[in-house]
Design a protein around this ligand. Structure first.
Ligand code: GRF
Length: 202
């Protein structure tokens, strides 16, 4: 069983879909810990409801960005996490955690990278940009995390049609349904060896 550590800032619906897939036996993985910078996040609440260890680690609780990085790396190590899943995590991952989990941190982005990526491009802003550009196609990208926002190697992508009359909200809803299935599916493929991450392990 591949041990998963989640980092999530808000609602946590992607995290929940992966937890549900684990519970349903659809992937050879188990949730080990959930970390959030937001003490009131739905993600921490969901973790508690699922009986998964939940940790609040933020600048406020730890005192500095470097201390948060340290605490995140230590917490992931404490729970023997093998794969780190960013699911709507709004903070930058620090250098220590990046180094200790090189090629072992995944993120989901709600469009087809490299379009509409980079600092400041998240959530509804992405969908608004797709609609404003008049694109007929958007989608979902799962990629590895490195020190640059949204620039790590792409592991999986799935396209989603933009319909005439779509708003950012209606597009976001259609994209989210694909996010939920593609994230769990990609982790399943890592767990069973279909997708090989560089640097050993799976
Ligand atoms: C998702 O749209 C994800 O692509 C983006 O943030 C959103 C998180 O949603 N990175 P949730 O917290 O998983 O419900």
């Amino acid at each position: 069983m591949l041990k998963l550590g989640f980092l999530a800032s808000h609602r946590g619906s992607n995290m929940q879909s992966i937890i549900d897939a684990c519970k349903a036996g659809q992937l050879a993985a188990e949730p080990a810990v959930v970390i959030s910078n937001n003490a009131d996040s739905g993600a921490l609440e969901r973790a508690r409801q699922e009986g998964i260890p939940a940790r609040h680690l933020s600048n406020r609780s730890e005192g500095s960005e470097a201390a948060v990085d340290e605490a995140i790396a230590n917490t992931l190590a404490e729970f023997e996490v093998e794969l780190v899943i960013l699911a709507g995590y709004m903070k930058r991952i620090g250098p220590r955690t990046l180094a200790e989990f090189e090629n072992r941190i995944l993120n989901i982005h709600p469009c087809l990278l490299p379009k509409y990526g980079g600092q400041g491009m998240y959530g509804m802003r992405v969908h608004e940009a797709v609609i404003a550009a008049g694109d007929t196609e958007s989608g979902v990208t799962i990629h590895l995390v490195n020190e640059e926002y949204d620039k790590g190697a792409i592991l999986a992508q799935q396209s989603v049609a933009v319909h005439e009359g779509d708003t950012a909200e209606s597009l976001a809803e259609r994209v989210l349904a694909v996010e939920h299935s593609l994230y769990a599916d990609t982790i399943a493929r890592i767990a069973n060896g279909d997708i090989k991450l560089e640097g050993g392990g799976s």
